[in-house]
Design a protein around this ligand. Structure first.
Ligand code: ZN
Length: 418
């Protein structure tokens, strides 16, 4: 028996890890470890960030209440190979709304926090908004859409590269990049903590788990993104970096979250759940940085808030200077742009330009050929119900782009000259 017992244990252990590996989970620890192995400079940057984090916390720990609310510009890159993966704008906005509730502690289910922890519930004073200004200073709705032939990303960072069928990151110094795709690899999502190469920086979430009433039974309240963005702001899992906190000596570097052994899956209602001698209150299984189902995750602590704020005042401070939310009138501009009509297309003689909005003074019209060369230009055109006409019969046959530029709006439209 003395010989067989260890073998039996080994088999059971292997089975346990195999079963755990197939359970949907967060990929952050694995992805972080991959990058730390591949890039020694990343490890040095992480060490420097941890040192400055600890210094900032020592100096500012008491200042984490009543600070100005910070709003983070978000770009969501939807990378899809099926219609159901191409999430609607409303679905995406529902995720932003969840983030704003969860990060301010105004989520309705915060009342589920066990009473021993209610004094720790944080308003992080971090909020999120879809960007309205893109990296080229043009209006955006903060969403990019990319149709891809990749049907399953298997947890790969390839989704972050246009050349590999995904979409390149917007400058990570100015935007929180979120890729939504068929993530695969048994993952709900993953993030990189501060210090990562900017091309990889951001959060990846499986399309089934993004937003409210999503395409999942148990991860349908948007808490995957709440959790992953916690990592993005330098939070660790409650059991520390790595899989299981076997010796109970790993830490998430936060004083008001108890040390715990391992993730809590499903919906733990067994309070207290004691591990690692963390009684009487046990594991903080309702914390966003545990692994429970969405309906059982309710809060960040004040200690976690302080660590996130230290990231915002350190490695992520460039977000505070972002221009990503500097075009608040853009929605109006977009409506304006959609009111401009260009017709007929194709055309052989005249192209007409007309606007539903009568007073469109100072409009500039430009036609470019496919190489970008300007072949026609007229400034200070007065657009109105009466169409403005351009004689295009003098142009060679082919494809052109006509640009209509009003004071605030810009419309580009491809036209064919026959
Ligand atoms: Zn995680």
């Amino acid at each position: 028996m003395k010989i067989f017992l260890p073998i039996f244990t080994l088999i059971c252990t292997a089975f346990y890890f195999n079963a755990a590996a197939q359970e949907l989970h967060c990929g952050t620890d694995i992805k972080m470890q991959e990058q730390l192995t591949a890039d020694s400079e990343f490890g040095l940057r992480r060490a420097a960030i941890e040192e400055s984090t600890q210094r900032w916390l020592e100096e500012h720990y008491d200042e984490n209440v009543g600070r100005a609310v910070v709003t983070i510009p978000v770009v969501v890159h939807v990378v899809y190979s099926t219609t159901s993966q191409n999430l609607t704008e409303a679905q995406i906005q529902s995720q932003i709304d969840v983030l704003n509730e969860d990060y301010s502690g105004t989520n309705a289910d915060v009342s589920g926090v066990p009473s021993v922890w209610t004094s720790l519930v944080a308003n992080s004073e971090i909020q999120f908004q879809l960007a309205n200004n893109d990296p080229d200073d043009n209006f955006t709705n903060g969403i990019t859409r990319t149709e891809t032939t990749v049907t399953n990303w298997n947890g790969s960072d390839d989704v972050k590269y246009t050349a590999l069928g995904g979409h390149d990151a917007w400058p990570a110094a100015s935007y929180l990049n979120i890729w939504v795709c068929n993530i695969g690899g048994g993952l709900l999502g993953y993030a990189y903590q501060p210090g990562i190469n900017p091309q990889l920086d951001g959060v990846v979430i499986g399309y089934r788990y993004f937003g409210v009433d999503s395409q999942s039974a148990t991860y349908d309240l948007g808490r995957t993104a709440t959790h992953e963005i916690g990592h993005y702001f330098n939070l660790d899992h409650l059991w520390g970096p790595g899989g299981v906190n076997t010796n109970c000596n790993a830490s998430d570097f936060i004083s008001d979250t108890p040390v715990q052994l391992e993730p809590n899956y499903g919906c733990n209602t067994n309070f207290p759940s004691v591990s690692c001698s963390n009684g009487p209150n046990g594991d903080m299984f309702n914390n966003y940085m545990d692994y429970g189902n969405d309906e059982c995750l309710f809060f960040f602590t004040n200690g976690q808030k302080s660590r996130m704020l230290s990231a915002l005042n350190g490695a992520r401070s460039s977000l505070l200077d972002s221009d990503g939310l500097s075009n608040p009138d853009g929605i109006e501009d977009a409506i304006l742009a959609s009111s401009i009509q260009v017709y007929p297309n194709p055309s052989s003689e005249f192209v007409y330009i007309q606007s539903d909005r009568v007073d469109q003074a100072k409009t500039n019209l430009i036609i470019r050929d496919i190489t970008g060369r300007i072949v026609f230009s007229q400034s200070n055109v007065q657009l109105s119900h009466a169409a403005y006409s351009i004689n295009v019969s003098i142009l060679s046959k082919g494809t052109y782009v006509i640009e209509v530029l009003t004071e605030n709006a810009r419309l580009s439209k491809k036209i064919n000259i026959l």
